[in-house]
Write a protein that binds this ligand. Structure first.
Ligand SMILES: Nc1nc2c(ncn2[C@@H]2O[C@H](COP(=O)(O)OP(=O)(O)OP(=O)(O)O)[C@@H](O)[C@H]2O)c(=O)[nH]1
Ligand SMILES: Nc1nc2c(ncn2[C@@H]2O[C@H](COP(=O)(O)OP(=O)(O)OP(=O)(O)O)[C@@H](O)[C@H]2O)c(=O)[nH]1
Length: 443
């Protein structure tokens, strides 16, 4: 039976066949805010979570509580629906507006009045536009709040819910800060040496049938950001003017690409480091990737022009990258051909996952169960651990002393965090703080 969730509870009661389930489904369906564990609503779902204008509540349909074949008497309803009525903050007493008031309606009305809870009498099956005049006959049941609805045609539901939820607490829709972060566009920077295919990749990602592309002038005079929406998620490609501006002499261009990468990484959440498959990972690729790491930005390594290499080279190439870029071991590697538009969907999926990790928060409870299992250098002690921020995920270890961990120990801790919680594609920042013990407090 209903769990006490702490949410205000609305209970729908009425004799059989008045339309309780129809109303229940209409309210939950209309609000699209079912949070139950199975998708969709079945006929025998009797409890669901709903929201009306930021006022969340729990809705119970007693139609599912009283068996359909039960001989209907008020006592029966009371027995079966007792739990629901006990937890009710608001009761919707549903009757059939197309039939005469029955003795069962009258008996139930009396029982409900005695509960001393707020009851709204909802007259159902009033399927016409001018509904009010049809409800006057029902005032004789002794409720001052009488409203008409058509559950089937979803008429009058808004007014009914306005009324029923009027005293319920309004909540902010989740944490607005976090929510804003989730809804904000993912800022992507395409970086790499000259001629690796950056502008071809940009075109493949924002061009063609993906469309909804609009170049928007950025804050700096000649920078242009490009927006695109893929599967409901908005992406902004930062400084595409820079990507599209062609290099001058080769040497100039090479240096320029490094300078540009450094600047653009700061404006982005995620850097796409483009490597030319025909050249393999080279020194300046590592330099550019290193900036993303230092700036604490998420990273996806894109091996472009893969159409020019045989497929069976993939493993070898991947190993090559891992060997050259040891410090970027968290970055996923995507093989693609920007020119042939191959691997672009996979790249978008990686970006979405990597961003999720970049923005991921682990609860303090989970972290401290994890800390219990960490064994560090023998002379260091961890008291507890928190994650104060995201983008990038930043963890603080509260220890006996504030001095940094040995490099290899720090790496080990970060790897353990990755292994336990999964942070593919994002750097992890680890900070050490001395816990203020009782001695410090006295000093
Ligand atoms: N015309 C009309 N019919 C409706 C309306 N709402 C429900 N009905 C019909 O009334 C009948 C009973 O609806 P249910 O939702 O199953 O009624 P219930 O109160 O849950 O019935 P029990 O489960 O037996 O308690 C169904 O045939 C519905 O299609 C309405 O607004 N207008
Ligand atoms: N075979 C093949 N060629 C590609 C691919 N992507 C890009 N190219 C080619 O590589 C060359 C360079 O591509 P661009 O997109 O201009 O490279 P860029 O990185 O923007 O170059 P800069 O502006 O100089 O930094 C062009 O001739 C492209 O057609 C690919 O996936 N496969």
């Amino acid at each position: 039976m209903p769990q006490a969730t702490g949410l205000p509870t609305v209970v729908i009661v009425g004799r059989p066949n008045v339309g309780k389930s129809t109303l229940f489904n209409a309210i939950l369906g209309q609000r699209k805010s079912i949070t139950g564990d199975e998708p969709g609503i079945t006929r025998d779902r009797i409890i669901g979570d709903a929201v009306h204008f930021n006022r969340p509540f729990q809705l119970i349909d007693t139609g599912g509580i009283v068996p359909e074949d039960a001989e209907w008497i008020p006592a029966q309803i009371l027995k079966q629906a007792r739990v629901a009525l006990d937890v009710a903050d608001q009761i919707i007493f549903l009757i059939d507006g197309r039939t005469e008031i029955t003795s069962a309606d009258r008996d139930l009305a009396q029982i409900l009045r005695r509960l001393g809870k707020p009851v709204t009498l909802a007259v159902n099956k009033i399927d016409v536009a001018k509904r009010e005049s049809l409800t006057t006959a029902f005032f004789e049941l002794g409720f001052k709040d009488v409203m008409s609805v058509s559950a089937e045609h979803r008429l009058g539901l808004e007014e009914l819910l306005d009324h029923v939820t009027r005293d319920f607490t309004e909540v902010e829709p989740v944490d607005p800060e976090e929510q804003a972060g989730k809804l904000r566009p993912i800022r992507v920077s395409i970086i790499g040496r000259p001629n690796v295919g950056k502008s071809t990749l940009l075109n493949a990602m924002v061009g063609g049938e993906r469309a909804i592309v609009s170049p928007i002038a950025g804050t700096t005079r000649d920078s242009v950001d490009e927006h695109t929406i893929i599967e409901g998620r908005e992406y902004v490609f930062v400084d595409t003017a820079g990507i599209r501006r062609k290099g001058k002499t080769h040497l100039m261009a090479e240096k320029l690409s490094v300078v540009m990468a450094r600047r653009n990484i700061r404006m982005a959440h995620i850097a796409l480091l483009v490597i030319d498959a025909t050249e393999g990972p080279v020194g300046s690729d590592a330099t550019i990737g290193g900036y993303a790491h230092e700036e604490g930005r998420a990273l996806v390594i894109c091996v472009n022009k893969w159409d020019l290499l045989p497929e069976n080279k993939r493993k070898e190439f991947e190993q090559n990258i891992r060997d050259e870029f040891k410090f970027l071991d968290y970055a996923p590697i995507v093989f693609l051909s920007a020119k042939e538009k191959k691997g672009i969907n996979s790249l978008f999926r990686h970006i979405a996952t990597v961003y999720e990790n970049f923005d991921k928060r682990v609860s303090t409870g989970e972290l401290n169960r994890f800390v219990d299992m960490l064994k560090l250098e023998r002379d260091r002690r961890i008291f507890f651990m928190t994650q104060p921020s995201v983008r990038p995920p930043t963890f603080v270890l509260f220890m006996d002393r504030g001095e940094p961990l040995h490099f290899s120990t720090e790496r080990q801790v970060i790897n353990r965090i990755r292994k336990k919680f999964g942070f593919d594609g994002t750097p992890i920042v680890l900070k050490i703080k001395a816990r203020r013990g009782p001695k410090d407090a006295r000093a």
